[in-house]
Design a protein around this ligand. Structure first.
Ligand code: PEP
Ligand code: MN
Length: 357
């Protein structure tokens, strides 16, 4: 188990909501310097840039490599900003150390591989550089937690999570589906671990980045990790999601930061919360009754040799509920998801019931 007392927001005071910003990839000395200067003038203290890029398909720009570390060293010297780069293996770690990089991050594709994370963790033994860990590309919380455990095992004490969204075959709006319930569960399992949101990779399109950044703050993100490029349309990677420094300024100027609740806020909300709790208890009671009926139906199907799943019935009830939900002003996708969950549980109960006969 991780000793959570050791975890601290990068060991640095970046203000109320630290924002780490910079281009997806370091492309040239001029590009990184121009970007860093623009961000520094906006008060940004940590500059991100990918030096080695893990690309899904071969043949795309794979980063400028070690030479870019010199450009980033120059940025550091010129601007005084801290520099963050992605590392995926022992060679990257060694080069980053030689270049005096301040913060490392483990990318989403690397977090999915316990061998790779262990290799990075082993290479970090004896150092105490801050390490940010992006969520694995697939929605598996234990892989994410496993990475923190491996780093903790190597003696790393300054860690933070980066929530950048999850790969999903069905997601249509965002490049990577946010699945906000996963960082919520991460906070519950590792209380005290800062969780920073990367709205750029989540959105995949620059128009959606400010919306997701605000949503992240509404969900209590401890910081933001944002891709900014002086000329995104010419970027060698992730061109659609990078903001110009001007767009970044507009976004940060509009973000609403939340204050911590005062006792008077809690007192005001209390009656609403207690009403909600009553409703939630009634929902559970109704569900329990529903599953008693499910049991009776299951018995009948067993006795008369009928299949548990009756697809026509399923689609009929699904459209009735979606329609009803719409009339009541409820979100269609939410109703479908809710009903799918109930229906799946209903089938599970009937199948288990069959096994116990
Ligand atoms: C990145 O931050 O540029 C990057 C490669 O991110 P991810 O690992 O989240 O895809
Ligand atoms: Mn990127």
């Amino acid at each position: 188990m991780i000793d959570l007392k050791k975890i601290d927001l990068l060991g640095t005071d970046f203000g109320k909501c630290p924002i780490i910003a910079g281009p997806c990839s370091a492309e040239s000395p001029e590009q990184v310097m121009e970007c860093a200067m623009a961000l520094k003038s906006q008060g940004i203290k940590v500059f991100r840039a990918g030096v080695w890029k893990p690309r899904t398909r071969p043949g795309n720009f794979e980063g400028a490599g070690d030479i870019a570390l010199q450009w980033l060293k120059d940025v550091r010297e010129e601007t005084g900003m801290a520099i963050a780069v992605e590392v995926a293996n022992v060679r990257h770690v060694e080069s980053a150390f030689k270049a005096g990089i301040d913060i490392l991050w483990i990318g989403a594709r690397t977090t999915t591989s316990p061998f790779a994370v262990q290799e990075v963790a082993d290479a970090l033994k004896g150092t105490d550089i801050p390490v940010l860990v992006k969520n694995p590309i697939n929605a598996e919380l234990d892989l994410w937690i496993g990475a923190f455990e491996r780093l903790d095992g190597a003696g790393i004490t300054h860690m933070a999570a980066i929530h950048r969204g999850f790969s999903s075959y069905y997601e249509r709006i965002y490049r990577y589906s946010p699945e906000w319930q996963i960082p919520i569960e991460l906070r519950r399992r590792l209380p005290g671990l800062p969780v920073i949101c990367d709205p750029s990779h989540m959105a995949g399109r620059r128009e959606l980045v400010p919306y997701l950044a605000q949503m992240a703050l509404d969900m209590q993100a401890d910081g933001l990790f944002v891709e900014v490029h002086p000329n995104p349309d010419q970027a060698l990677s992730d061109k659609r999601q990078q903001l110009t420094p001007g767009q970044f300024r507009d976004m940060t100027g509009r973000l609403v930061y939340h204050r911590n609740p005062e006792p008077s806020d809690t007192a005001y909300l209390e009656p609403y919360r207690s009403k909600l709790q009553d409703i939630d208890i009634r929902i559970i009671q109704e569900l329990a009754q529903r599953f008693v009926i499910t049991g009776d139906i299951g018995d009948y199907k067993n006795l008369h040799n009928l299949a548990v799943l009756q697809p026509e019935r399923y689609s009929a009830i699904s459209s009735i509920l979606t329609e009803k939900g719409k009339q009541l002003g409820l979100d269609e996708k939410f109703i479908q998801l809710l009903f799918e969950t109930i229906h799946t549980e209903s089938i599970r109960c009937q199948i288990n019931q069959k096994d116990t006969i």
